[in-house]
Design a protein around this ligand. Structure first.
Ligand code: 5GP
Length: 260
């Protein structure tokens, strides 16, 4: 299962999420994840459709996952899907956590602790939320993650280590796009061989990125906070990432980090 499957084809729609569609494929270990133009905030309280968002986000997400694979960080990413908005991924059992990394105070952290905005953390600050729409994705302490059997202590340590590596990589990645990464969310799952890997998407839907020169928001905050220019921000980020990946030497080839 090391090789990228060449003849995989999408079959039925398995799940229509808030932003992504998940399709089965002719390979039982492979799914096709399609980023849609749907956008939502406040646990689905506010929704809209932003033309071109799916393709723009998928371009960003694929570039990031490709580079994580090249760095040897285990991810579920296999390669581009059957259309510009989709990617092929290894099937993974979802771990019901959202792992939040922060470089500066903002968003729910600032609100929760009534603290100053944009104050740098000493290193990468990591916290977890329990992924449940019913419960409203509450912050979950490490002791509860272990108590509930979501992860063992050892797995939690591994996820913390990988999250720090991913966060530091993303900080550099977005800096090359003239962006200042403030915080973000990643997810994890268990691949068929039991390996814990980074899953889902990593894009301006899941990261807070400010333009380095203007300080303008280049992410989903434009929608959350009714700032306008939502579609333009997604397109701008995709354009910057495309420029970045075009600069890479074409001899570099990625591989799937999954040695299943
Ligand atoms: P906050 O906790 O400040 O709302 O979010 C911190 C970071 O994680 C932000 O970059 C935000 O985009 C991301 N994030 C947190 N929860 C979610 C979520 O449920 N969905 C998405 N797409 N991003 C999230």
């Amino acid at each position: 299962m090391n090789a990228v499957p060449g003849n995989v084809e999408r079959t039925e729609l398995l799940h229509k999420g808030k932003a992504n569609n998940v399709y089965a494929t002719t390979n039982p270990n492979v799914l096709e994840l399609e980023a849609s133009d749907r956008i939502s905030a406040g646990n689905g309280a506010k929704t809209d459709v932003i033309g071109g968002k799916g393709e723009a986000n998928n371009l960003v997400s694929m570039a990031i996952f490709q580079q994580l694979n090249e760095k040897g960080i285990p991810t579920h990413y296999i390669g581009p899907g059957s259309n510009a908005a989709s990617k092929y991924v290894w099937k993974a059992d979802q771990i019901l956590l959202e792992v939040i990394f922060r470089f500066k105070t903002k968003g729910s952290f600032t609100k929760r602790y009534e603290c100053e905005d944009m104050k740098p953390f000493d290193g990468v600050y990591i916290e977890y939320t329990y992924k449940s729409d019913n419960a409203g994705d509450p912050v979950i302490p490490e002791s509860a993650i272990v108590q509930l059997g979501i992860l063992t202590r050892r797995e939690l340590g591994y996820i913390e280590y990988i999250t720090e590596q991913v966060a530091l990589f993303l900080k550099e990645f977005f800096a090359k796009c003239n962006g200042d990464l403030i915080d973000g969310k990643i997810e994890f799952g268990r691949l068929p061989n039991g390996q814990i890997a980074v899953t889902d998407e990593i894009s301006p839907d899941t990261c807070r990125i400010l333009d380095k020169e203007t300080g303008n928001s280049l992410d989903k905050d434009r929608f959350r906070q009714d700032m306008g220019g939502v579609a333009e921000a997604y397109q701008e980020m995709a354009k910057r990432v495309a420029g970045l990946t075009e600069k890479k030497p074409s001899t570099e080839s990625g591989g799937c980090a999954y040695a299943g």
